[in-house]
Design a protein around this ligand. Structure first.
Ligand code: NI
Length: 172
């Protein structure tokens, strides 16, 4: 396993549409292992493959609390089914948009169809944080960031700040 560098906004790779995975093999599992280690190291609760620069439809996640056992989850080729009409609002953040958090409204519940770590098809009913987190990560597969759900003013402000920080870091 290895920690991979995380791609941060406004890197254009984050706008790519990720491709479906043909099959879940050892090579893909190695990517998922690296993604999980990278996410834990950051630390974060969810990561899409494009965030380490690989444009495939793979997501890793762990929503276990600090004093709980780790509960890694792997989603390959995930699809969202039956999003609820009732919505919920959570404060979101993203490893690709460092040090910025804001509230986003999304369907409160949904069903997710996906392949697991072993390539087996699974269906999961999600609500609460899990529903929000999977929808946030699914957005990454379509080249969408959570800041795209905010006003243009807020989005431009955070992107400008990130660009400036990256310029400063590069000049060091
Ligand atoms: Ni994110």
């Amino acid at each position: 396993m290895a920690i991979r560098p995380i791609v941060t906004a406004p890197d254009p790779r984050l706008r790519e549409i990720s491709k479906p995975v043909d099959r879940v093999d050892d090579e893909l599992r190695a990517l998922m292992d690296d993604m999980l280690e990278t996410m834990y190291d950051a630390p974060g609760i969810g990561l899409a493959a494009i965030q380490v620069g690989v444009p495939v439809r793979v997501i890793v996640m762990d929503l276990a609390g600090e004093d709980e056992e780790p509960l890694p989850r792997f989603f390959v080729n995930p699809e969202i089914l039956d999003p609820s009409e009732d919505m919920s609002i959570y404060e979101e953040g993203c490893l690709s948009v460092p040090d910025f958090f804001d509230e986003v409204e999304r369907p409160a519940q949904c069903r997710i169809k996906f392949l697991d770590y072993d390539g087996k098809e699974q269906i999961l009913d999600a609500k609460g944080m899990l529903a929000t987190c999977i929808q946030h990560e699914m957005d990454h597969l379509e080249g969408v960031l959570f800041i795209d759900h905010l006003s243009r003013l807020k989005r431009e402000r955070v992107l400008k700040k990130l660009k400036k920080e990256q310029r400063l870091a590069a000049a060091e």
